[in-house]
Design a protein around this ligand. Structure first.
Ligand SMILES: [Zn+2]
Length: 269
């Protein structure tokens, strides 16, 4: 198990850079990618329809990266994220929801799971923690979005429970990849955030420097997953800080409300 060697850069047919996981590729059961900020693409390759960007540009950006991976807007399902812990199971009846109209996205959810083959799930990130999940036996896949609120709610554990509840997936077999998020180098937190993490039993991921506190959200999610029964050797944590890399990553902490959004996408083959 080597976190650093799991991540690789892919250049798609149309020349886009995406990030991918060797662990997920090796499972053979899912297709997946994570988009990056790219100054050569309109709106820096923003994937979010909910931040006031030109919808035509965002839809074109989504269409391009999906088609580069043999996917389509018609078979995409998008989440309307609220920093909660609700897990939503979707299937082919939901296909296309939120793909071109954010108002039609799956409401009030930060976790999408599916057992439907050929259905691409998409969630959005600018510092929050992306978690890709896959059952290596190919019964189900899922995506989680966890900011500090989701981390404190242990929403990735709720998602692991959904894999078990819906498909009987043993957490000890589940594969997880924790993608690019804001690191403890940049994520300075207030006392209320620290208190919420302490209450969740994740106080070990608060970093104290002089009089200030910082949080390691990716580390906290990794602990949440092992607490939920995953084996550490089945988890990869990409060594990356979104806030430290303005050229290649969108970051809400760095760029504010209008920051672009990167997308995580996963599809059961
Ligand atoms: Zn940083």
């Amino acid at each position: 198990m080597d976190d650093r060697q799991d991540l690789y850069r892919e250049i798609t047919d149309s020349g886009l850079v995406c990030l991918k996981s060797r662990l997920l590729d090796g499972s053979g059961v899912v297709d997946h990618f994570f988009t990056v900020r790219d100054g050569s693409v309109a709106s820096d390759n923003n994937m979010g329809l909910h931040i006031g960007d030109d919808p035509g540009i965002v839809i074109a950006n989504r269409k391009r990266v999906l088609e580069d991976h043999g996917m389509s807007l018609e078979r995409l399902v998008v989440a309307r994220q609220v920093h909660g812990d609700r897990v939503t199971r979707v299937d082919h009846c939901d296909r296309g929801r939120g793909a071109t109209d954010h108002g039609q996205a799956i409401e009030d959810t930060d976790s999408l799971v599916t057992g439907s083959r050929g259905l691409a799930l998409m969630t959005f990130y600018a510092d929050c923690v992306p978690v890709f999940l896959a059952d290596p036996r190919g019964r189900a896949t899922g995506l989680v979005h966890a900011g500090w609120k989701g981390v404190a709610l242990r929403n990735s554990a709720r998602t692991v429970e959904a894999f078990h509840g819906h498909w009987g997936v043993d957490p000890r077999e589940l594969l997880a990849v924790i993608g690019p998020a804001i690191g403890a180098c940049c994520f300075r937190i207030r006392k209320d955030v620290a208190d919420a993490m302490e209450t969740a039993g994740l106080g070990a991921f608060i970093v104290h420097r002089e009089t200030e506190m910082w949080a390691d959200l990716a580390g906290a999610v990794c602990r949440t997953l092992t607490d939920a029964g995953l084996q550490r050797e089945h988890i990869r944590v990409w060594p990356d800080c979104t806030c430290c890399d303005p050229k290649n990553r969108h970051s809400h902490r760095r760029d504010g409300e209008q920051s672009g959004r990167m997308a995580g996408v996963i599809m059961l083959k």
